[in-house]
Design a binder for this molecule. Sequence first.
Ligand SMILES: Nc1ncnc2c1ncn2[C@@H]1O[C@H](COP(=O)(O)OP(=O)(O)OP(=O)(O)O)[C@@H](O)[C@H]1O
Ligand SMILES: [Mg+2]
Length: 242
Amino acid sequence: MPLTLSDGERPICEFIIGFVLQRSKNIGMAARRISLVNFKGGVGKTSITVNLAASLARELDQKVLVVDMDAQSNTSIWLMGVARWNNLNGMAEKSVWGLFHPESTGLKQCIEEEVLLNEHGVERIPKLDLIPSVYKLMDLEHEYQDDDATPYFAKFRMQLEILFDQYQYILFDCPPNVFRATKCALFCSEEVYVPANPDLLSVQSRREVVLGTTMCQNHKTYGTSITRVRPHDGGSASGDPI
Ligand SMILES: Nc1ncnc2c1ncn2[C@@H]1O[C@H](COP(=O)(O)OP(=O)(O)OP(=O)(O)O)[C@@H](O)[C@H]1O
Ligand SMILES: [Mg+2]
């Protein structure tokens, strides 16, 4: 994808390329890592993440890790059930937030094993694990103090890549923006999936905002996937039909 870098973007781009090249030498059989992203909200990112993950784990016997990068925590609540997630919400160190504080949290603590319900919503899927989100993840965007030597997205990836050879799929459900949490997901992924409603605003945000980010330069993309027949089927949507 042609991309013109500004002077401000060039150093960060060089950092990213150097980091990935250097570390990828140490990774053996790595999971397929896929981010579900759209700048537009309500387009089905979470619905696809949850259903894709459950299908891969339950129907195809694949070992799957879902990483919830959205402070709304919809994926986590869906996969854990509201009671189990409510217990977790006050313990941010046991969520994706913990990956930004490796000095005080072990990676193992941040993984909820065998999700899709219980406490006592019943079914659990043995091969489906989750690094859940909590509301505290909102602080990543503003209050989290970055470290110049190891930016937030590199710190995140250094934690997560320990798990790359333990799963066949790692799916990242992203919030409806391309701020820090989404950039972390993109930095860990090789593939990007952009769900969209059949309306102008959902599709328009794809190229400029998602695929144009510095993090996305070398990713495989598969075009835009339209998740409904009409823009207003099911949940909310806006913009003119295309
Ligand atoms: N294929 C579909 N057809 C109809 N409705 C759908 C479809 N996919 C998702 N929905 C509905 O659309 C709404 C938004 O879906 P979802 O939460 O998955 O979107 P999202 O992109 O994750 O939203 P957000 O940007 O807020 O995280 C939900 O009510 C969901 O049930
Ligand atoms: Mg969502």
